[in-house]
Design a protein around this ligand. Structure first.
Ligand SMILES: Nc1nc2c(c(=O)[nH]1)N[C@H]1C(S)=C(S)[C@@H](COP(=O)(O)OP(=O)(O)OC[C@H]3O[C@@H](n4cnc5c(N)ncnc54)[C@H](O)[C@@H]3O)O[C@H]1N2
Ligand code: MOO
Length: 423
């Protein structure tokens, strides 16, 4: 799956880079976890319903269970009078003596099992002499016929037994948990989390929480990458900043490879005299997949195959690091987590403000999204220099400005990559 020599030299287009990276990751083994532990994990197998849903025929309203046939002749002039022979509460199924006799009704509440032979529920509000003041009548008078089957949920009307309820590879969130819990499942087969390591590289980096020297900046990328990878479902080990020394970086990559299948470095990957990340990746056994990506920001992004997975070297500039994370790393984490849909999502929308920058390479501009008049509006955020972080506060998407253009004018239709997805 490695790119050819020419591609290696000219740099990989984003789609080529994603394709090459994804060719080297596979879903991990499966493990069984509880329903609560399954939240955010990927379902390893399709889930087929073990029994019908609802499991029994039940009342869908509070009122009276009746047999519709017995109400056919009911009218104002000649009401049908039904004797209330018992009560049926949710969670109970006690016998109802006398319920089999003609002209009976059973007081029933939403969710309760329908009594044998009863096919319809009359809402209590529709009963003229019903329990409006809290007292329960001994008989009810109906002045019109009931519609058979009304306010009754039939067994299996939602899902039959042995039907596909959840696809393999879905991320288990609240909606999926609702389905699994409804079937009483508490041992869920999910994919093991991909093991990833994050290595921030740079002499200038200080650790948040500790003092910063005057010439230092705090390590933002290490924490950003850790956060994003966790959001995407990976198990992450974040290293403390590694100095700009080839040996130190190589050693850190080697120890990271012991802990993780996918190693992410950030910083020290460009052409500077002290940019050693790529060299260290090779010395640690990495075989180059690509040494630059035809995108801005993030052009120096490089990737290597390793003994047990991948080493991806992201740029140090925070927006370049972020672009690499979202555009290249997110798909591989999704795939390694067992998701069958792992590509980034793209929408087409209207650019609200001009982007006036020559774009020899495809440019990904941090932007906010809004929705009005049925249209997606893409607003590029200002001061989008690669080293700037302010735009992160409002970024929903990357506006994609095509390579070879001189930017894009306000009002033009462009594509945008959706960001901030939990998974
Ligand atoms: N002569 C050239 N210089 C540069 C080129 C080039 O083609 N020719 N490319 C530029 C581009 S594009 C980028 S992007 C940067 C990428 O450089 P590196 O990936 O080697 O990153 P560093 O030089 O280590 O750092 C760049 C910048 O980011 C800050 N940084 C680094 N790590 C972190 C971190 N963990 N948290 C927050 N900020 C971080 C660092 O202090 C620098 O300011 O190279 C251009 N140069
Ligand atoms: O490509 Mo650099 O990543 O512009 O900032």
């Amino acid at each position: 799956m490695s790119l050819d020599q020419l591609t290696l030299l000219r740099g990989a287009r984003v789609e080529e880079a994603v394709h090459a990276l994804c060719g080297h990751v596979h879903a991990g083994r499966t493990e069984t976890v509880s329903l609560t532990e399954a939240i955010g994990r990927t379902l390893a197998y399709p889930f087929y319903t073990p029994f019908p849903m609802p499991p029994f025929c039940r009342a869908a309203m509070d009122g009276y269970a009746v047999r519709a046939d017995e109400t056919l002749s009911a009218s104002e002039a000649s009401p049908a009078v039904l004797n209330v022979c018992g009560r049926r509460l949710p969670g109970t199924g006690d016998p109802l003596p006398g319920a089999e006799k003609p002209m009976q009704a059973v007081r029933i509440f939403t969710g309760a099992v329908m009594p044998e032979g009863y096919d319809t529920v009359l809402m209590q509000e529709a009963v003229p002499n019903g329990p409006s003041d809290g007292t329960e009548p001994e008989f009810i008078k109906l002045v019109r016929p009931c519609r058979r089957g009304e306010h009754v949920a039939l067994a299996g009307e939602d899902m039959e037994a042995r039907t596909l309820a959840l696809d393999e590879g879905v991320v288990i969130g609240a909606k999926e948990v609702a389905i699994l819990a409804s079937y009483g499942s508490n041992r869920i087969a999910v994919r093991v989390k991909p093991r990833m390591a994050v290595l921030p590289v740079g002499d200038e980096l200080a650790v948040p929480g500790l003092a910063r020297g005057n010439e230092q900046i705090y390590d933002a990328n290490g924490f950003m990458a850790e956060a994003r990878l966790m959001e995407l479902g990976a198990e992450v080990v974040r290293f403390r900043p590694i100095p700009d020394r080839p040996q130190a970086i190589e050693e850190a990559i080697r120890s990271a490879m012991e802990l993780a299948d996918i190693v992410i470095t950030t910083g020290g990957v460009s052409v500077g005299a002290h940019d050693y990340a790529a060299e260290a990746a090779v010395r640690a056994g990495g075989v180059p997949l690509f040494r630059k990506v035809l995108m801005r920001p993030g052009k120096p992004t490089s990737a290597f195959t390793s003994r047990n997975g991948l080493i991806v070297c992201l740029s140090g500039n925070p927006s370049a690091c972020y672009a690499g994370l979202e555009l290249l790393v997110a798909p591989i984490v999704r795939k390694a987590s067992g998701r069958l849909q792992y590509d980034n999502r793209i929408v087409t929308g209207i650019l609200t403000e001009e982007v006036a920058k020559p774009c020899p390479l495809t440019r990904y501009v941090r932007s906010s999204l809004s929705f009005s008049d049925g249209l997606v509006k893409i607003t590029p955020l200002g001061r989008d220099k690669a080293g700037n972080i302010a735009a992160f506060a409002h970024t929903d998407a990357f506006a994609v400005i095509p390579a070879g253009s001189r930017g894009a004018s306000a009002g033009s239709a462009i594509q945008a990559v959706l960001l901030n997805r939990g998974g």
